[in-house]
Design a protein around this ligand. Structure first.
Ligand code: SF4
Length: 269
Protein backbone atom coordinates (compact mmCIF):
# COMPACT_ATOMS: atom_id res chain seq x y z
CA UNK A 1 0.00 0.00 0.00
CA UNK A 2 2.86 2.40 0.89
CA UNK A 3 4.51 1.55 -2.41
CA UNK A 4 1.28 2.39 -4.26
CA UNK A 5 0.91 5.70 -2.41
CA UNK A 6 4.49 6.68 -3.21
CA UNK A 7 4.17 5.84 -6.88
CA UNK A 8 0.92 7.84 -7.12
CA UNK A 9 2.07 10.94 -5.27
CA UNK A 10 0.75 13.18 -8.06
CA UNK A 11 4.13 14.56 -9.15
CA UNK A 12 3.77 15.61 -12.77
CA UNK A 13 6.22 18.51 -13.18
CA UNK A 14 8.33 16.65 -15.72
CA UNK A 15 5.28 16.12 -17.94
CA UNK A 16 4.06 19.72 -17.89
CA UNK A 17 7.33 21.47 -18.77
CA UNK A 18 10.61 20.73 -20.56
CA UNK A 19 12.53 21.04 -17.32
CA UNK A 20 11.74 21.54 -13.63
CA UNK A 21 13.72 23.65 -11.19
CA UNK A 22 14.97 20.51 -9.38
CA UNK A 23 16.33 19.10 -12.65
CA UNK A 24 17.72 22.48 -13.72
CA UNK A 25 19.96 22.78 -10.69
CA UNK A 26 21.02 19.11 -10.78
CA UNK A 27 23.91 17.94 -13.02
CA UNK A 28 22.84 17.72 -16.70
CA UNK A 29 24.51 14.30 -16.96
CA UNK A 30 21.99 12.88 -14.47
CA UNK A 31 19.08 14.20 -16.51
CA UNK A 32 20.41 12.71 -19.76
CA UNK A 33 21.07 9.31 -18.18
CA UNK A 34 17.68 9.27 -16.47
CA UNK A 35 15.93 9.82 -19.78
CA UNK A 36 18.06 7.25 -21.57
CA UNK A 37 17.69 4.52 -18.95
CA UNK A 38 14.24 5.42 -17.61
CA UNK A 39 12.94 1.85 -17.91
CA UNK A 40 15.87 0.35 -16.01
CA UNK A 41 16.20 2.72 -13.06
CA UNK A 42 15.17 1.26 -9.74
CA UNK A 43 13.39 3.76 -7.47
CA UNK A 44 13.89 3.33 -3.75
CA UNK A 45 10.42 3.60 -2.23
CA UNK A 46 11.93 4.62 1.12
CA UNK A 47 13.62 7.64 -0.49
CA UNK A 48 10.33 8.76 -2.04
CA UNK A 49 8.48 8.44 1.28
CA UNK A 50 9.73 11.83 2.43
CA UNK A 51 8.23 13.55 -0.58
CA UNK A 52 4.94 11.82 0.31
CA UNK A 53 5.21 13.16 3.89
CA UNK A 54 5.83 16.62 2.40
CA UNK A 55 2.64 16.38 0.33
CA UNK A 56 0.70 15.34 3.45
CA UNK A 57 1.97 18.42 5.31
CA UNK A 58 0.90 20.65 2.42
CA UNK A 59 -2.61 19.22 2.57
CA UNK A 60 -2.78 20.15 6.26
CA UNK A 61 -1.68 23.73 5.43
CA UNK A 62 -4.20 23.92 2.63
CA UNK A 63 -7.04 23.06 4.99
CA UNK A 64 -5.82 25.32 7.79
CA UNK A 65 -5.14 28.46 5.79
CA UNK A 66 -6.88 29.66 2.65
CA UNK A 67 -4.84 32.88 2.35
CA UNK A 68 -1.52 31.26 1.49
CA UNK A 69 -0.80 29.63 -1.85
CA UNK A 70 0.04 25.97 -1.38
CA UNK A 71 1.84 23.68 -3.85
CA UNK A 72 1.47 26.02 -6.81
CA UNK A 73 3.43 25.24 -9.96
CA UNK A 74 4.69 28.31 -11.87
CA UNK A 75 5.87 28.28 -15.49
CA UNK A 76 7.98 30.35 -17.82
CA UNK A 77 9.83 29.96 -21.10
CA UNK A 78 13.57 30.69 -21.30
CA UNK A 79 15.80 30.15 -24.33
CA UNK A 80 13.10 28.07 -26.01
CA UNK A 81 12.60 25.75 -23.02
CA UNK A 82 9.63 25.71 -20.66
CA UNK A 83 10.73 25.78 -17.04
CA UNK A 84 8.44 25.04 -14.10
CA UNK A 85 8.82 24.97 -10.35
CA UNK A 86 6.40 24.04 -7.62
CA UNK A 87 6.40 26.29 -4.59
CA UNK A 88 5.46 24.57 -1.32
CA UNK A 89 3.97 27.65 0.31
CA UNK A 90 3.81 31.22 -0.91
CA UNK A 91 2.74 33.70 1.77
CA UNK A 92 1.56 36.87 -0.05
CA UNK A 93 1.04 38.82 3.21
CA UNK A 94 4.78 38.43 4.00
CA UNK A 95 6.14 38.42 0.41
CA UNK A 96 7.69 35.10 1.33
CA UNK A 97 8.25 31.62 -0.07
CA UNK A 98 8.54 28.83 2.45
CA UNK A 99 9.73 25.35 1.47
CA UNK A 100 9.60 22.15 3.54
CA UNK A 101 12.55 19.79 3.48
CA UNK A 102 13.18 16.46 5.16
CA UNK A 103 16.90 16.32 5.69
CA UNK A 104 19.72 15.04 7.88
CA UNK A 105 21.18 16.86 10.88
CA UNK A 106 24.52 17.37 9.09
CA UNK A 107 22.89 19.75 6.63
CA UNK A 108 22.25 22.13 9.54
CA UNK A 109 25.51 21.39 11.36
CA UNK A 110 27.58 22.28 8.28
CA UNK A 111 25.27 25.09 7.05
CA UNK A 112 25.32 23.43 3.67
CA UNK A 113 22.48 25.35 2.02
CA UNK A 114 23.81 26.13 -1.47
CA UNK A 115 21.33 23.85 -3.27
CA UNK A 116 18.41 25.28 -1.29
CA UNK A 117 19.59 28.78 -2.14
CA UNK A 118 19.60 28.03 -5.88
CA UNK A 119 16.25 26.23 -5.78
CA UNK A 120 14.36 28.83 -3.77
CA UNK A 121 15.75 31.73 -5.80
CA UNK A 122 14.51 30.00 -8.96
CA UNK A 123 11.07 29.74 -7.32
CA UNK A 124 11.21 33.42 -6.40
CA UNK A 125 12.00 34.30 -10.02
CA UNK A 126 9.07 32.22 -11.30
CA UNK A 127 6.70 33.71 -8.70
CA UNK A 128 7.76 37.27 -9.59
CA UNK A 129 7.03 36.54 -13.26
CA UNK A 130 3.53 35.70 -12.03
CA UNK A 131 3.17 39.11 -10.31
CA UNK A 132 4.05 38.11 -6.75
CA UNK A 133 6.51 40.21 -4.80
CA UNK A 134 9.07 37.99 -3.07
CA UNK A 135 11.52 39.49 -0.56
CA UNK A 136 12.01 36.57 1.82
CA UNK A 137 12.88 32.91 1.42
CA UNK A 138 12.97 30.25 4.07
CA UNK A 139 13.29 26.50 4.45
CA UNK A 140 11.47 24.70 7.22
CA UNK A 141 13.78 21.75 7.73
CA UNK A 142 12.57 18.57 9.45
CA UNK A 143 15.61 16.67 10.70
CA UNK A 144 14.83 13.00 10.22
CA UNK A 145 17.80 11.69 12.24
CA UNK A 146 17.62 14.27 15.07
CA UNK A 147 18.35 12.87 18.55
CA UNK A 148 17.15 14.75 21.63
CA UNK A 149 19.97 13.34 23.79
CA UNK A 150 22.63 15.04 21.64
CA UNK A 151 21.31 18.55 22.30
CA UNK A 152 23.10 18.60 25.64
CA UNK A 153 26.10 16.42 24.75
CA UNK A 154 27.17 17.70 21.31
CA UNK A 155 28.34 21.21 20.54
CA UNK A 156 26.23 23.23 18.05
CA UNK A 157 23.69 20.40 17.79
CA UNK A 158 20.27 21.72 16.59
CA UNK A 159 18.02 22.33 19.60
CA UNK A 160 14.89 21.04 17.90
CA UNK A 161 13.84 18.59 15.20
CA UNK A 162 12.41 21.49 13.19
CA UNK A 163 14.73 24.28 12.08
CA UNK A 164 13.77 27.38 10.11
CA UNK A 165 16.60 28.47 7.81
CA UNK A 166 16.58 31.94 6.20
CA UNK A 167 17.84 31.77 2.63
CA UNK A 168 19.63 34.74 0.99
CA UNK A 169 17.57 36.42 -1.74
CA UNK A 170 19.42 36.99 -5.02
CA UNK A 171 18.94 40.00 -7.30
CA UNK A 172 16.80 39.39 -10.37
CA UNK A 173 19.91 39.93 -12.53
CA UNK A 174 21.82 37.19 -10.70
CA UNK A 175 19.05 34.59 -10.75
CA UNK A 176 18.20 35.27 -14.41
CA UNK A 177 21.85 34.80 -15.43
CA UNK A 178 22.05 31.62 -13.32
CA UNK A 179 18.92 30.10 -14.91
CA UNK A 180 20.07 30.97 -18.44
CA UNK A 181 23.47 29.38 -17.85
CA UNK A 182 21.88 26.20 -16.45
CA UNK A 183 19.46 25.99 -19.39
CA UNK A 184 22.42 26.24 -21.79
CA UNK A 185 24.24 23.42 -19.98
CA UNK A 186 21.16 21.20 -20.17
CA UNK A 187 20.60 22.03 -23.84
CA UNK A 188 24.25 21.18 -24.59
CA UNK A 189 23.88 17.88 -22.74
CA UNK A 190 20.73 17.07 -24.69
CA UNK A 191 22.70 17.70 -27.87
CA UNK A 192 25.41 15.25 -26.79
CA UNK A 193 27.90 17.71 -25.26
CA UNK A 194 27.65 16.43 -21.68
CA UNK A 195 29.80 18.12 -19.07
CA UNK A 196 31.13 15.64 -16.48
CA UNK A 197 29.71 16.11 -12.99
CA UNK A 198 31.98 18.34 -10.91
CA UNK A 199 33.33 17.43 -7.47
CA UNK A 200 30.82 19.82 -5.98
CA UNK A 201 27.98 18.13 -7.87
CA UNK A 202 29.22 14.70 -6.85
CA UNK A 203 29.38 15.84 -3.18
CA UNK A 204 32.98 14.71 -3.08
CA UNK A 205 34.61 14.34 0.31
CA UNK A 206 38.43 14.46 0.30
CA UNK A 207 40.62 11.90 2.07
CA UNK A 208 41.32 12.95 5.64
CA UNK A 209 43.57 11.79 8.45
CA UNK A 210 41.77 11.90 11.77
CA UNK A 211 43.64 12.27 15.04
CA UNK A 212 41.70 10.01 17.41
CA UNK A 213 41.87 9.58 21.17
CA UNK A 214 41.38 6.27 22.96
CA UNK A 215 37.91 6.08 24.52
CA UNK A 216 36.49 8.85 22.28
CA UNK A 217 34.33 8.18 19.20
CA UNK A 218 34.75 11.45 17.32
CA UNK A 219 38.03 12.80 15.95
CA UNK A 220 40.09 15.30 17.93
CA UNK A 221 41.03 17.03 14.66
CA UNK A 222 40.91 16.25 10.95
CA UNK A 223 43.83 16.87 8.57
CA UNK A 224 43.63 16.98 4.77
CA UNK A 225 47.39 16.87 4.41
CA UNK A 226 49.33 14.02 6.02
CA UNK A 227 52.40 16.24 6.36
CA UNK A 228 50.52 18.49 8.79
CA UNK A 229 49.83 15.72 11.31
CA UNK A 230 51.08 16.65 14.80
CA UNK A 231 53.16 14.57 17.20
CA UNK A 232 50.82 12.21 18.98
CA UNK A 233 50.45 11.66 22.70
CA UNK A 234 50.38 8.10 24.07
CA UNK A 235 46.56 8.16 24.06
CA UNK A 236 46.22 9.30 20.45
CA UNK A 237 46.28 7.40 17.17
CA UNK A 238 45.66 8.14 13.46
CA UNK A 239 42.68 6.93 11.46
CA UNK A 240 42.76 7.32 7.65
CA UNK A 241 39.35 8.11 6.17
CA UNK A 242 39.04 7.39 2.46
CA UNK A 243 37.52 10.20 0.36
CA UNK A 244 34.46 9.43 -1.74
CA UNK A 245 31.82 10.99 -3.95
CA UNK A 246 28.77 10.69 -1.74
CA UNK A 247 26.20 11.40 -4.41
CA UNK A 248 27.63 8.84 -6.84
CA UNK A 249 27.99 6.19 -4.19
CA UNK A 250 24.78 6.58 -2.23
CA UNK A 251 22.26 8.91 -3.82
CA UNK A 252 22.50 9.00 -7.62
CA UNK A 253 19.87 6.78 -9.21
CA UNK A 254 21.77 6.56 -12.53
CA UNK A 255 25.14 5.46 -11.11
CA UNK A 256 24.79 1.99 -12.63
CA UNK A 257 24.60 3.57 -16.10
CA UNK A 258 27.11 6.38 -15.64
CA UNK A 259 30.37 6.16 -17.66
CA UNK A 260 32.04 8.81 -15.50
CA UNK A 261 31.30 6.90 -12.32
CA UNK A 262 32.44 3.63 -13.92
CA UNK A 263 35.74 5.18 -14.99
CA UNK A 264 36.40 6.92 -11.69
CA UNK A 265 35.65 3.74 -9.75
CA UNK A 266 38.03 1.74 -11.97
CA UNK A 267 40.75 4.44 -11.64
CA UNK A 268 40.47 4.38 -7.85
CA UNK A 269 41.25 0.64 -7.69
S1 SF4 B 1 26.98 8.72 -10.74
FE1 SF4 B 1 28.10 10.55 -10.10
S2 SF4 B 1 29.16 11.24 -11.95
FE2 SF4 B 1 27.53 9.84 -12.61
S3 SF4 B 1 25.76 11.14 -13.04
FE3 SF4 B 1 25.58 10.45 -10.91
S4 SF4 B 1 26.53 12.12 -9.72
FE4 SF4 B 1 27.22 12.36 -11.85
Amino acid sequence: MIRKAVLNDGYDGHKRSDITVSTLIAPPQINVLRKKFRDFIVVDVEDRLYSLFGSAIHKVFEQANDKDIIEERFFTKIKGMSLSGQVDRLIPSENKISDWKFTGVNKILYSNFEDWEKQLNCYAHLARLNDYQIDKLEVVAVLRNWEKMKVTTQQNYPDSMIQVVDIPVWSEKKIKAFIEKRIELHQDAKGGRIQPCTDEEKWTKDHVWAVMKKGRKSAVKLYKDKKELPKLSAEQYIQFRQGESLRCKHYCDVRDFCPQHEKETADAK
